[in-house]
Design a protein around this ligand. Structure first.
Ligand code: DGL
Length: 276
């Protein structure tokens, strides 16, 4: 292995999202790649991304990638489904380092595990409207039929902490009724926040529908990507800190949410001005 790879493998991975939701992806990376360091950026000043235009999301994502590059990351994970849908392919040609989004890994697994070729996708308006999951699923399974449903209220309900609240159950029932006659056997949780509602969604959909969590699949994909590039951290050189968090607003609120879902305690989230 050449020297630059040798050094690079101890660099952190940059993970970004529109806010707290991408912590579900960071959590999977922490679980599956415990030797990897992470620099996380949550764009809490400009959340939500799910209702914004493609141009805006590309601009925001480019700024964040530049910030993460300035921190010396070795690879980037676009943890946000909407940013993966709108910005990933637009920005890939500008990138010198490996980059992975959450859509492709989730779509691939759904295409592989469906028995009847009928797949549902739930996500933000942006993700569902982009039809990116359909496109990616068809790359693996051109005959699959894909049905998308935007569930915008899930994001504020999760951020309110109402994970098992009767209101959230009612909202979920109304959204998911859309799939009632569709005979889907697989449902992609195509938004960062939805894995936190997984058990509720599973109960409503019933045992015959498999749920795909793109966060889990992305961590698997990241593991393969780092290995392909020869930059997996072997854990031999211990560098601190393991995890660093940056946000564009409301650092304290972010920290509290992070501490409610991460397997580790975070001490601070640093505030930065991403537009500058
Ligand atoms: N992170 C976004 C996503 O996965 C959800 C929140 C938002 O709309 O910004 O699409």
């Amino acid at each position: 292995m050449n020297q630059s790879f040798e050094k690079e493998k101890y660099a952190p991975i940059g993970v970004f999202d529109s806010g707290v939701g991408g912590l579900t992806v960071a959590r999977e990376i922490m679980r599956q790649l415990p030797q990897e360091r992470i620099i996380y950026f949550g764009d809490t000043a400009r959340v939500p991304y799910g209702s914004k235009s493609r141009e805006t999301i590309v601009r925001y994502s480019r700024q964040i990638i530049h910030f993460l590059e300035s921190k010396g990351v070795k690879a980037i994970v676009v943890a946000c489904n909407t940013a993966s849908a709108f910005a990933l392919e637009a920005l890939r040609p500008e990138m010198k380092m490996p980059i992975i989004g959450v859509v492709k890994p989730g779509a691939k697994v759904a295409a592989e595990i469906t028995n009847n070729g009928r797949i549902g996708v739930i996500g933000t308006e942006g993700t569902v409207g982009s039809h990116i999951y359909t496109e990616m699923i068809h790359r693996h399974n051109p005959r699959a039929s894909v049905l998308g449903k935007a569930c915008p209220l899930f994001v504020p309900l999760v951020e309110e902490g109402w994970l098992k609240d009767p209101v959230t159950i009612e909202v979920a029932k109304r959204y998911l009724a859309y799939f009632q006659e569709s005979d889907i056997d697989t449902l992609i949780l195509g938004c960062t926040h939805y894995p936190l509602l997984r058990s509720m969604i599973g109960e409503i959909m019933g045992g015959k529908v498999s749920l795909v969590n793109p966060a889990y699949e992305t961590a698997q994909g990241l593991k393969r990507l780092l290995a392909q590039h020869g930059i997996s951290n072997d854990g031999k050189e211990e560098k601190e800190p393991m995890y660093q968090f940056y946000v564009s607003d409301a650092a304290e609120k972010f920290k509290n949410f992070a501490n409610s879902i991460l397997p580790c305690e975070i001490e601070e989230a640093q505030l930065i001005h991403i537009e500058e």
